[in-house]
Design a binder for this molecule. Structure first.
Ligand code: ADP
Ligand code: MG
Ligand code: MG
Length: 252
């Protein structure tokens, strides 16, 4: 069974159809990139996968490891092994980063099978080192006063700690300087395994210089209009989206 199988997905916001017949299949440890111009429905797709109540699925199916994802509540999706970078609250006061992570990990485990504290601390130290995060980061209150780059780094820390089966990363590169971008990529690359699939949603190609995708899809007007390998992203970098629009006869 594929990790993720999206078939003929249609998503509407406030009665307006934004995603219009989207198809995608991610198998095992594949990394796929969905690229596209602004306003084509990339974030709408991500929000629909997350189960955001404002986004109405009007048609289509989404299977996560063969299970009907659209029937699952948001927390069920997370427990089943889906990670959505956006689902994390932007600021919660009075909860440290470490507390939040431990709670999130344990929420995904059976009762009585909580992660032992020492193991948690050891794992956290190791992952934070990978991401060049100072030790004090663990004890800081969640996202309070974090810079944009720190928030992104923290999202990747959450990803590495939670070890999901599939991560959907929407514009994870936005607002990152090159050093932060490299650190984020290092984290994702370290996750690579036959048991970790990833959907990277991005407008720009630059992230894909650091995380080599297995497949690249271009989304325009609510659906995939072209798929290929990493060379497709390079072509977009060189020509912009306009060259492809012309080739495919797509008008704005
Ligand atoms: P992308 O992520 O590809 O830039 P979005 O999914 O954010 O595109 O947006 C696609 C379209 O849906 C845009 O026309 C946008 O204005 C509209 N849209 C997105 N979110 C909302 C919302 N919450 N309410 C109304 N319209 C929305
Ligand atoms: Mg946008
Ligand atoms: Mg977007």
């Amino acid at each position: 069974t594929p990790t993720l199988k999206i078939e003929n997905l249609h998503v509407a916001i406030e009665g307006k159809e934004i995603v219009k017949g989207f198809n995608l299949e991610i198998n095992g440890g594949e990394i796929h990139a969905v690229m596209g111009p602004n306003g084509t429905g990339k974030s709408t797709l991500a929000s629909a996968l997350m189960g955001h109540p404002k986004y109405e699925i009007t048609e289509g199916t989404v299977l996560f490891e063969g299970q009907d994802l659209l029937e699952m509540e948001v927390d069920e999706r997370a427990r089943a092994g889906l990670f959505l970078a956006m689902q994390y609250p932007s600021e919660i006061s009075g909860v440290t980063n470490a507390d939040f992570l431990r709670t999130a990990i344990n929420a995904r485990r059976e009762e009585g099978d909580e992660i032992p504290l020492m193991k948690f601390i050891k794992t956290l130290d190791k992952k934070m080192e990978t991401l060049d995060m100072g030790e004090e980061f663990a004890q800081r209150y969640l996202n309070e006063g974090f810079s944009g780059g720190e928030k992104k780094r923290n999202e990747i820390l959450q990803l590495m700690m939670l070890e999901p089966k599939l991560a959907v990363l929407d514009e994870i590169d936005s607002g990152l300087d090159i050093d932060a971008l490299k650190v984020v990529a290092k984290g994702v690359n370290e996750m690579r395994s036959p048991h970790f699939g990833c959907l990277i949603i991005t407008h720009y190609q630059r992230m894909l210089n650091y995380i080599k995708p297995d497949k690249v899809h271009v989304m325009m007007q609510g659906r995939i209009v072209k798929s290929g390998g990493p060379e497709l992203a390079e072509r977009l970098e060189a020509e912009g989206y306009d060259g492809l629009k012309k080739e495919l006869g797509i008008e704005d």
